[in-house]
Design a protein. Structure first.
Length: 593
C-alpha cells in the first residue's frame, strides 16, 4: 500500500472500533433528538436570543453526526471487503438520513416561528440565519394540516414511491441477449450502457437496438409509472396551491422562475451551438449525419494522454496555484495532509469519485481511483474543486449555512476542470493531445447542457399535457419527446426508431416528490462557463470575487450570490457568456481537427 496515496482519517474520531463508533453515534443521535424536542416544545413566544441558542445546539450536534458519517463512509469506500465494512456503510447512511430528517423537522419548526412572528426575519440577533428563516417560512406557507401531511405520506408510500421503485427494480433486472462479432452475450443494462460508447459502430447499433428496444417492449411499466408520478405532482401542485408545477423545484433549489426560464430559453435559443458540435463530430467520423448511437462514441479510440500520480498531482496543483495562491496552497495541503485516497487496490469502491466535506474539522476527504488516464485527472481536479468550495464555506459560514443549492454546488468543481483544461492545453505538444483534452471538456459541456435542457423542456410539456386533459399513453409521451428533441437538435441527428423511448431510461423523471432534477445541472454547467468567460475577460480582480462566491454557502440565494459578482442571472446576457466560452473551446477543436 502506497501511504502517500491513502488517506489519514485519524483526525475524525478518537475511538475507531465498531463498538466505540456505535456508542459515540448513539449518544450523538440521542442528544440531537433531545435538542429538537426542546426546541419543538419551546413556546412560540421564545425570544430571538433563546432561539439562536437552540439553533447553535442543533448545529453543533449535527456537525458531529456528519463527522462520524464521513469517517465511516471513508472506511467503507477504501475497503468494502474489510470486516465491519457493512456496519460502516450502515452507520454512514443512517446518519445521512438522520441529517436530512433533522433538517426537515428543524425547518418546519423555524417555518412555524416565522409564520407566527415574521418580525424574526429582521431581528439582528438572527441575521446570520435570515435566509434560512426565509426559506423555512416560504416552505411553511405551502404546508398543509398535520392530518393532510400524514395522509400524503401514506399515499406516497403505497403509491408513487412504489411505482418508482418498481420501475427501477424492473430496469435493474433486465438481461439483454445480443450477438457481437459472432459472440452471443447476455448483458445487464449497466453493462450494455458501457457498450453504447464503443468505438465500433456496429456494436453501438446492435447494443442500442437491444437497450432502447427493452424500454419500448416494457412500455406499459414505464408509461404507467411516469404518468402516475407526473399526474400526482400536478394534483399536489393544486392542493398545496403552488403557483406552478415548477414551484416545488424552485423552493428546493432556492431559485426563482425568472432565472430558470431565462436559463432554459437561452440554451434553447443557442441550439445552433450544439448542432455545430454535432456536425463537427459527424465530419470527424466521415459521416454525412450522425446517427443517435454515434453521439457517445469516443472522438478517437486511441488515448494519447497519460500521467503517473506524481505528475498528475503536480499538474493539478499548478493549475489551481496559477489561478490563485491561497487556493493552490490549500490544494497542496490536501495532498501533504493525506486527505486523498487514490490508490487502485482490491476491495475499493467502484464509484468514480467523491469529496466528503467535514465542517467540524474544517477539511475535506477525497476518494478516487487514479489509473493514469485523462478522465482520472479530471476527476481529481473536479473533487479538489469541491474541497476548495468546502474550504471557503467552512471559513465563512456556520453549519446550517453550508448546504448549497444543487445549482451552485458544482461551482468549484467544474471551475477546477476548466483551470486544468487551460493548463493542459498550454502543455500539450501535439494536436492529438490537445484534441483529447478539448473533446473531453467540450463533449461533456454540450452533452450535459443541451441534453438536460431537453429533458427539462420535456418534463414541462408532460405537465402541460396533463393540465390540458390529454392522456399520457406511450404514443403521446413519445410524441412529446420527439417534438422536444427537435427543438434542441434540429435535423442534425438521425434517430433510429428505438430512440423514441429514450425518455424511459431517465431515472430522474421517476423520482417522486423531487421534480425537475435536470435543470440544476444545466444551471451549474452554464454558470461556471459564464464565470470562466468573466475570468478571461477580467482576470485582475476575479479570484477575490470568486472566493467570496464560494464562501456564501446557502446564506444567500444563488441569484443574490451571483449578483455580488456583478451579474443578473435573470437576464440571458449572463447565460450567453457560458455559451460563448464553450464556443471558444469548440473553435479551437475545429481548428486542429
Amino acid at each position: 500500500m502506497d501511504e502517500e496515496r491513502t488517506w489519514d482519517l485519524s483526525i475524525l474520531v478518537e475511538d475507531t472500533s465498531i463498538e466505540g463508533l456505535k456508542q459515540a453515534n448513539g449518544s450523538t443521535r440521542t442528544e440531537l433528538g433531545n435538542e429538537l424536542k426542546e426546541l419543538r416544545e419551546a413556546s412560540l413566544e421564545i425570544d430571538a436570543e433563546e432561539l439562536l441558542k437552540h439553533i447553535h445546539k442543533v448545529e453543533n450536534t449535527l456537525s458531529r453526526l456528519i463527522t462520524i458519517a464521513a469517517y465511516t463512509n471513508c472506511r467503507f469506500l477504501s475497503d468494502t471487503t474489510e470486516k465491519g465494512s457493512q456496519t460502516f456503510a450502515s452507520i454512514s447512511q443512517g446518519n445521512i438520513d438522520e441529517y436530512y430528517s433533522t433538517k426537515r423537522v428543524l425547518y418546519k419548526i423555524l417555518g412555524q416561528q416565522v409564520e407566527q412572528r415574521p418580525e424574526l426575519l429582521e431581528d439582528p440577533v438572527l441575521s446570520n440565519y435570515k435566509h434560512l428563516l426565509e426559506m423555512s417560512g416560504e416552505n411553511q406557507s405551502y404546508t398543509l394540516s398535520q392530518n393532510e401531511e400524514e395522509l400524503i405520506l401514506e399515499k406516497d408510500s403505497n403509491g408513487i414511491s412504489v411505482l418508482s421503485q418498481l420501475q427501477e427494480m424492473w430496469t435493474s433486472s433486465i438481461i439483454l441477449d445480443v450477438e457481437i462479432e459472432g459472440n452471443k452475450q447476455k448483458l445487464s443494462l449497466n453493462k450494455a450502457r458501457g457498450l453504447l460508447a464503443s468505438d465500433d459502430r456496429e456494436t453501438r447499433r446492435i447494443v442500442s437496438e437491444a437497450y432502447y428496444g427493452s424500454f419500448a417492449r416494457d412500455k406499459l411499466i414505464h408509461t404507467n409509472a411516469l404518468r402516475a408520478i407526473c399526474s400526482d405532482h400536478v394534483n399536489m401542485t393544486k392542493r398545496r396551491q403552488w403557483p406552478s408545477y415548477m414551484t416545488q423545484s424552485f423552493i428546493d433549489q432556492d431559485v426563482d422562475e425568472q432565472t430558470i426560464m431565462s436559463l432554459l430559453k437561452t440554451v434553447e435559443d443557442s441550439s445552433s451551438s450544439v448542432q455545430d458540435y454535432i456536425q463537427l463530430k459527424a465530419k470527424h467520423f466521415g459521416y454525412k449525419k450522425l446517427l443517435r448511437y454515434d453521439m457517445p462514441a469516443p472522438w478517437n479510440p486511441k488515448r494519447y494522454w497519460e500521467a503517473d500520480w506524481t505528475t498528475a498531482k503536480k499538474t493539478v496543483i499548478q493549475a489551481y496555484a496559477t489561478f490563485d495562491d491561497e487556493i493552490g496552497k490549500y490544494v497542496s495541503s490536501l495532498f501533504t495532509d493525506r486527505r486523498i485516497d487514490s490508490e487502485d487496490r482490491p476491495g475499493r469502491s467502484i464509484i468514480p469519485g467523491v469529496c466528503w466535506g467535514v465542517p467540524e474539522k474544517k477539511t475535506s476527504f477525497i476518494f478516487l481511483t487514479y489509473n493514469n488516464s485523462l478522465s482520472n485527472a479530471y476527476t481529481l481536479a473536479h473533487e479538489l474543486g469541491h474541497g476548495i468550495h468546502n474550504y471557503f464555506i467552512d471559513k465563512g459560514q456556520t453549519f446550517l449555512n453550508i448546504d448549497t443549492s444543487m445549482c451552485i454546488a458544482e461551482t468549484g468543481s467544474i471551475f477546477g476542470e476548466l483551470l486544468l483544461t487551460e493548463h493542459l492545453l498550454k502543455e500539450c505538444e501535439t494536436d492529438e493531445l490537445k484534441t483529447e483534452v478539448l473533446e473531453n471538456v467540450v463533449g461533456r459541456f454540450y452533452g450535459t447542457t443541451f441534453n438536460l435542457t431537453a429533458y427539462a423542456l420535456f418534463e414541462m410539456s408532460l405537465y402541460d399535457a396533463i393540465m390540458d386533459g390529454q392522456m399520457l399513453d406511450a404514443e403521446k409521451i413519445c410524441e412529446i419527446w420527439i417534438a422536444t428533441r427537435e427543438r434542441i437538435f434540429g435535423d442534425t441527428i438521425e434517430w433510429p426508431v428505438q430512440y423514441d423511448y429514450e425518455w424511459a431510461k431517465v431515472h430522474m423523471l421517476y423520482m417522486p416528490n423531487f421534480r425537475f432534477y435536470n435543470y440544476s445541472y444545466v444551471f451549474a454547467q452554464l454558470l461556471v462557463f459564464a464565470l470562466y468567460e468573466d475570468y478571461k475577460e477580467n482576470p485582475s480582480n476575479f479570484s477575490e470575487r470568486f472566493k467570496r462566491l464560494l464562501s456564501r454557502g446557502c446564506s444567500m440565494s444563488p441569484r443574490e450570490q451571483i449578483a455580488e459578482m456583478g451579474y443578473d442571472i435573470t437576464k440571458s446576457d449572463f447565460w450567453t457568456l457560458g455559451i460563448k466560452q464553450a464556443e471558444r473551446l469548440l473553435d479551437e477543436l475545429k481548428r486542429i481537427s
